[in-house]
Design a protein around this ligand. Structure first.
Ligand code: HEC
Length: 120
């Protein structure tokens, strides 16, 4: 019979894991979401999937990367539908990274200091 602790860990693991991480394809690491197979079919022939998944950016960023590979690295022409699927997937799941903290405001963007000494 299974150890009761093992059983409770199993139950805990099953209930907690899906909340923690998006499901990933075990072979490529791609997040499993609409379009991921199209990306797998077109984007790992020349380099590992990790080169894709460690990158991130807007749709425009991904498009420029695709154009660069087409112009210089022998990436084939993608039909509109395929290209859109790829761009939508990448910009959604590997989109621009947001800073945890916004940049500091410039001095001219700050409210007037109510405690400033009046010049006399
Ligand atoms: C025909 C070959 C080929 C295919 C197919 C291909 N790539 Fe690339 N890709 C390259 C080459 C070559 C590099 C440069 C590799 C290096 O720097 O080591 C590269 C680099 C990259 C990089 C890293 C760029 C950087 O700034 O470091 C990303 C991201 C990338 N590819 C994404 C993709 C995506 C997304 C697809 C699918 C649409 C794709 N690749 C399909 C050839 C290809």
């Amino acid at each position: 019979m299974a150890h009761p602790l093992a059983l409770s860990l199993l139950v805990l693991g099953l209930s907690v894991t899906p909340v923690l991480a998006a499901e990933q394809d075990p072979n490529t690491g791609f997040i499993i979401a609409p379009g991921w197979e199209t990306v797998r079919n077109n984007c790992i022939a020349c380099h590992s999937a990790a080169l894709v998944t460690q990158n991130s950016g807007s749709r425009a960023h991904w498009l420029s990367m695709i154009r660069w590979m087409q112009d210089t690295q022998g990436l084939w022409v993608l039909d509109n539908n395929t290209e859109n699927t790829i761009l939508k997937y990448l910009s959604s799941y590997y989109g621009p990274k947001e800073d945890a903290r916004r940049p500091a405001l410039r001095i001219d963007q700050l409210p007037e200091n109510p405690y400033r000494q009046s010049k006399s």
